[in-house]
Design a protein around this ligand. Sequence first.
Ligand code: PEP
Ligand code: MG
Length: 540
Amino acid sequence: MLEITGKSVFGGVAIGPVKIYRKQENVVKRSKVDDVEAEVTRFDAAKDTAKQQLSALHDKALKEVGETNAAIFEAHRMFLEDPGYLDSVYNIIRTQSVNAEVAVATTGDNYAEMLAAMDDDYMKARSADVRDVSNRVISVLQGNAGDGSLGDEPVILLADDLAPSETVQLDKSKVLSFVTRHGSTNSHTAILARTMGIPAIIGADFAEDIDGKPGIVDGALGKLFIDPDEETLQKYTKQKAELDEKKRLLQELKGKENVTKDGRKINLYANIGGVGDVAEVLENDAGGIGLFRSEFLYLKKDDYPTEEEQFEAYRKVAQMMAGKKVIIRTLDIGADKQADYFHLDHEDNPAMGFRAIRICLKRPEIFKTQLRAIFRASYYGNIAIMYPMIISVDEVKRIKEIVAEVKGELDAANIPYGDVEQGIMVETPAAVIMSEELAQEVDFFSIGTNDLTQYTLACDRQNAAVEDFADTHHPAVLRSIETTIKNGHKGGAWVGICGELGADTSLTETFLRMGVDELSVSPSRILSVRDAIRKVDLSK
Ligand code: PEP
Ligand code: MG
């Protein structure tokens, strides 16, 4: 058995023969033509066929891999409408009396060289495109299929890397896994593998002589086994059957309600760190966003993000979620999340230090910029705001004053905004103890179990030495959650959980019995939690 290690792009197990993908090379031979006009007509017909292929590829890519990946085929099609490109081909056929293949190859090479010599990076990159499209026309002229057919049996596809035009043409039902020598975790092949949900590895150094041999891919470990021994085969056959069953079950749950056997429905939302995570949220069928960790907008930058930058991010998320709730948590910087430009002093105990709402209340100009951006974006969707690290009713009252100021400024400037629910994170023991009073001030609570566990158990979440003491199922943590839910309801607030514990399916029934109204978990956990909710019967 041969074991090849690369880098994991997407987890899962694939078992099947390996096939090394070889690029189709067109050999162009020069020949004299007597009837140049007939040759021009032959080229025109081939060009039209190539354009039809590109339109079909564009539509296929749009469905399978989205707008950005599909755009490349539009660009290719446009080359075949470029008067300069076409005139060059016609001219070569007519003046040199040569076959269309030679005219296209020569034009393609000339254009590619010209583009490659340009200063502009974008134009440089088009050089590969003009070669690709010229190759396509030559394939049509020569009658080469180029349809990406892989034979009858599904295979583990091995390649140097694959161009978008190659991956889109592949018959996806015949690809069990992608393994490439090159490419990055964001390469086209990697994105495609994730979209298809099949295991994939990059950076795998394989030899050509393994073509056709039996193989196994362990996507999570980034391993490819060639000629697997009996023990490995058995192990992975079992693992694959379990994963397939889980996948099937979870896919079945898409579009289903988050409802217990006895009819209690709750909201199941997703946690995100930025606009880039929304696709996964929608893909996993979350009902909304229960925690948008807005600090990631700040952490990505070298200076404070402007109101406009923030507005754009919040508006995009709200619009992509199309009316579903998006709860934006205001800046939670400090402690484990630092940005130099805030110039925060070094602290011996940052977890208990100057962070989150404390910074916002002490530096209201930062806070107000964010609030203005959020309120402006609220006009474009269903946005709610929540505030992190709250410990007192006074803080909430102060926040409300600042919010009122911001709304007043927007009103004065005639800037529209929507109805925005206001909530707080309950993630300090103080907030739990004060939850009855706090509930009267807000529309909702979201329990941050990560910090609540840290503060309740006095176990720094950054300190590996105390990890064994940080028991998230500790009765003190669970009792705090119960108290918060009970007091929240008493004060008229709905209560959710957005810390990691919300995704712990061994506690789903417990939370439902406590009366939780919402769970917000990472996108990949949505369907498992839905499965757990649907198995609960609260009447028993
Ligand atoms: C939490 O504390 O549980 C939480 C959700 O917030 P963060 O993990 O971002 O501190
Ligand atoms: Mg927290």
